[in-house]
Ligand binder design. Structure first.
Ligand code: NAP
Length: 492
């Protein structure tokens, strides 16, 4: 039987992780289809086009390990460059013909008797697959603020992931709600274009100062001729060393690495803001790295531009002319940008996923989305997630994370390919034990140290990998197969 079984795979999502899975399966000559809800690939890089969009992971580290890209124009790449990179990769690896665009997956139903998933998509078609790879992303359901009167605003109002190119920005009175990574990047990009920018800030941010520089044509030519120069960046102390130190810090909140992060952020803050009133507005009252750290080379400078007004008062409501504060002040605006984040607990939903015995994903995730080592689910056999719930989050490359998860997934699929089993899923007991350990450790991470962020689940527990980067690398290198139950054959 070994090596005999030909499987049929559905990949949900043609973003970074779905493209990765497609490339790996194509290399093996496997039969796969990618289902993409939109009419283009790219996931988050397709949906986000706001001014200032930059990936705060060094560009050479935010690339597939097997497809280095010598032509990044700067140490950090813009969103448009990253989108172009993924389009180039899809073309180069010939993935396009395997993608079904405008094909939002609406339902996935597991048939235990036949060990098959039935996939339904928006246009009503259904098809059967042996394996589902859910690569549908985390941050793709925009979260609008629950503020009275939002609909009544007479100007252009839109979420950052639904950027309105027609909205007045240049010379306009612009309001911006939200000071996460997105809101901060927008401040730095539009502050000099607007007549006035009112930045409504509910919580200030800790800012890690980082280097920024452009690559010259000579440097790009050198990268082309000598890929080892690219590896030197990917594996540098500046990047990979920092990733290790960062994950050590977030998991050892009173340790030396966290002290370094706190000291650097505090010094940066104390030495950068000149106006005492603004300084108090920007002073966080929680620990650095509790919310996702802002990595920026220019935010503190740009927020001090004369056109920027940081508003820390409570918003009472939104009116046709602008934003009314609780103290009665009305900020009259032409454009209102909502940088208010995403529903991070959706994952593959709203697709209805039904596993063994009619168990739905909504029911399984009633308390919180979980997954065994962030990848698999008991009672949802042959269902594998890339960048699924409780995976590593922070200021590092999710491409690296997805590649390592694929290494883990591929070894589980090998069991199916070999014919040893028709279905593989973690046991409920193994997952429960893992999740208990994960929650206990997650509560002790810096993410759980007393701030609000999208890293927290509905019960306030950090929904993340709570151990070090090296522990993640080790866990992904080889699944603990004793955690998994195999179904040897189908009923018929
Ligand atoms: P976010 O981090 O969830 O931030 C949302 C912001 O909106 C917060 O400042 C929040 O305030 C504020 N907010 C939400 N509801 C509000 C309300 N009703 N009234 C006032 N303020 C409200 O969202 P994001 O900035 O879009 O970033 C999401 C994630 O995307 C990031 O953490 C990161 O993982 C990713 N991202 C990455 C990059 C990159 O460079 N790699 C760039 C952008 C985004 P509170 O803090 O008080 O809740």
């Amino acid at each position: 039987m070994t090596g005999q079984r030909k499987l049929k795979y559905a990949i949900v999502g043609a973003g970074m992780a779905g493209i990765l899975a497609a490339i790996r399966l194509k290399e093996r000559g496997e039969d796969f289809t990618v289902f993409e809800k939109a009419d283009r690939i790219g996931g988050t890089w397709r949906e986000n086009r706001y001014p200032g969009l930059t990936c705060d992971v060094p560009a050479h580290a935010y690339t597939y390990s097997f497809e280095p890209y010598p032509d990044w124009r700067a140490y950090y790449a813009t969103g448009a460059e990253i989108q172009a990179y993924f389009e180039m990769v899809v073309a180069k690896y010939g993935i396009g013909p395997s993608i079904r665009f405008n094909s939002e997956v609406t339902a996935l139903d597991w048939d235990e008797g036949r060990a098959k998933w039935t996939l339904a998509h928006r246009n009503g078609e259904r098809d059967e697959f042996d394996v589902v790879i859910a690569a549908s992303g985390v941050l793709h359901h925009p979260k609008l603020p629950d503020i009275e009167g939002l609909e009544s605003f007479a100007g252009a109002a839109f979420h950052t992931a639904r950027w309105d190119d027609m909205a007045p920005i240049d010379g306009a009175r612009v309001g911006l709600i939200g000071s996460g990574s997105t809101g901060i990047q927008i401040v730095t990009a539009i502050n000099k274009k607007v007549e006035r920018l009112v930045h409504f800030q509910r919580s200030p941010q800790w800012v890690m100062p980082v280097p920024y520089f452009r690559y010259s044509e000579e440097e790009r030519a050198a990268f082309r001729q000598n890929p080892a120069l690219i590896d030197a960046i990917r594996f540098s102390d500046e990047y990979l060393g920092n990733v290790r130190r960062f994950t050590d810090a977030i998991t050892d909140v009173d340790g030396p690495q966290m002290k370094v992060i706190e000291d650097v952020c505090r010094d940066h803050f104390e030495n950068s803001i000149r106006d005492p009133e603004l300084k108090e507005k920007l002073r966080p009252n929680y620990r650095a790295a509790c919310k996702r750290l802002i990595y920026s080379w220019c935010y503190y400078e740009e927020v001090q531009h004369a056109a920027v007004h940081v508003e820390t008062g409570r918003i009472a409501r939104i009116e046709p002319k602008g934003v009314r504060m609780a103290d009665g002040t009305l900020h009259e605006l032409d454009t209102l940008i909502l940088a208010t984040g995403f529903h991070a607990d959706r994952f593959i939903r709203p697709a209805g996923v039904t596993g063994r015995g009619g168990l739905t994903l909504d029911a399984f995730w009633e308390q919180r989305p979980t997954a065994h080592y962030a990848v698999t689910l008991p009672d949802f056999p042959n269902f594998f997630m890339l960048n699924g719930p409780t995976g590593p989050v922070g200021n590092f490359s999710l491409i690296d994370i997805a590649e390592r998860q694929w290494g883990y997934v591929d070894q589980l699929i090998d069991i199916l390919r070999s014919g040893e089993a028709v279905a593989v899923a973690p046991t409920a007991a193994a997952h429960a034990g893992y999740e208990e350990r994960r929650i206990a450790a997650a509560k002790k991470t810096i993410f759980g140290s007393g701030c609000q962020s999208w890293y927290l689940d509905a019960t306030g527990v950090p929904a993340s990998w709570p151990w070090s980067y090296d522990a993640f690398v080790e866990a992904m290198a080889r699944p603990d197969f004793t955690d998994y139950a195999l179904t040897a054959s189908v009923d018929a």
